[in-house]
Design a protein around this ligand. Structure first.
Ligand SMILES: [Fe+2]
Length: 363
């Protein structure tokens, strides 16, 4: 439910590959020459979705819809201008443009008019007219269906992120000392994930960042007097705090979040040496994403003020973390952490000079 845009784009490309391969095979086997409409469909699909597929993650969710439509329009225009097509071919441009209209009825009225213009264009025979009209109708329906699917998943993703933002805000208003913690941990985790991938890892950074953003969501269940307590916690209070990963995972399950995110929330306090909580898992029993979040979580905890102590310097935090690889943290991540450290430090400095509410709005 989370990354439908990616899944839909994969389906589109699978569709293009299957159609192209089967059509080429068909034409090769029968000796029939390629029809110009085949080129129109193939090129329009390729250029309508290829730049979008490559670039869309670099844009904010709010801008992705416009990006897709602009991409589709430019691509169709280029295809209509460049390819040696009959004059009516440029009508393929209109369905792509009209997916901007978020209303099925209006979309189909506009495209029915376009369809009539298309059918009354110059064709060499009735057979050609009927075959090309059939392809054109399929094109209109496909454009609408695929556009609708992508737009609705973009909207879902947008509201999903808004909901995450609201949940995190709800936890962080409880304690002024941890305000901004989730956002900072999400950013640090993203940096660590990026470096992990540069060393050959294959993490989905978007999912990883959301897992990190939500890691402490279970704290909504912890009584305020424990969260905001100045000074050390009693054993009883500490055992109450230790339940927050399980509470958080339960909330994430209720929201039907992906299993990777549930795992990140549940295991972010596990330690490599098995001395963590809630289950005391060791080594590779802990998902790699949770092992990365644990480093980011500690980096932020050490470099931030708490009700019971002031923040450590970045260099002190660096030496504390470096000493704990092999015990608290996965030793195989030491190289990743070392390479990410300069970027983590820069980010920390940037957070110190920025406004919490502005940072939240930028998510
Ligand atoms: Fe936590």
């Amino acid at each position: 439910m989370l990354f439908n845009v990616e899944k839909i784009l994969k389906l589109i490309w699978l569709f293009v590959i299957i159609c192209t391969t089967s059509l080429i095979t068909f034409y090769k086997l029968t000796g029939i020459e390629f029809d110009s409409t085949f080129y129109i469909l193939l090129f329009t699909f390729l250029f309508s979705y290829l730049p979008f597929t490559i670039q869309y993650k670099k844009f904010h969710v709010k801008q992705q819809q416009e990006l897709l439509v602009i991409n589709g329009c430019i691509a169709t225009l280029i295809v209509a201008m460049v390819l040696p097509l009959p004059s009516h071919a440029f009508l393929y441009f209109i369905p792509v443009l009209s997916i901007l209209i978020q209303n099925n009825k209006i979309f189909y009225i506009i495209n029915s008019v376009v369809l009539i213009s298309y059918m009354t264009s110059d064709f060499n025979s009735y057979i050609e007219m009927f075959s090309q009209t059939a392809v054109f109708i399929c094109f209109i329906i496909l454009v609408r269906y695929v556009g609708g699917l992508i737009f609705s998943s973009m909207r879902r993703n947008f509201y999903f992120r808004k909901m995450i933002n609201a949940l995190v805000f709800a936890i962080e208003t409880k304690d002024v000392y941890t305000r901004g913690h989730s956002l900072r941990v999400a950013e640090y985790t993203y940096i660590l994930g990026k470096h992990y991938n540069a060393f050959g890892g294959k993490l989905d950074l978007d999912t990883l960042k959301i897992g990190a953003m939500l890691h402490d969501i279970g704290k909504v269940h912890i009584p305020d007097h424990i969260i905001t307590k100045e000074g050390p916690l009693s054993l009883e209070e500490y055992s109450e705090i230790k339940i927050h990963p399980e509470y958080g995972a339960e909330i994430a399950r209720d929201f039907d979040y992906p299993s990777e995110i549930i795992g990140d929330i549940l295991y972010h306090h596990e330690r490599y040496d098995g001395k963590g909580y809630p289950y005391g898992l060791t080594g590779n029993e802990i998902p790699i994403t949770a092992r990365i979040i644990a480093i980011a979580d500690t980096f932020d905890a050490i470099t931030s003020n708490r009700s019971y102590r002031t923040a450590f310097s970045i260099d002190k935090a660096n030496s504390i973390i470096a000493e704990n690889f092999g015990t608290q943290f996965d030793p195989s991540l030491k190289e990743v952490y070392m390479s990410a450290f300069p970027e983590l430090s820069k980010k920390k400095v940037k957070f110190e000079s920025s406004n919490y509410l502005e940072e939240r709005r930028a998510i």
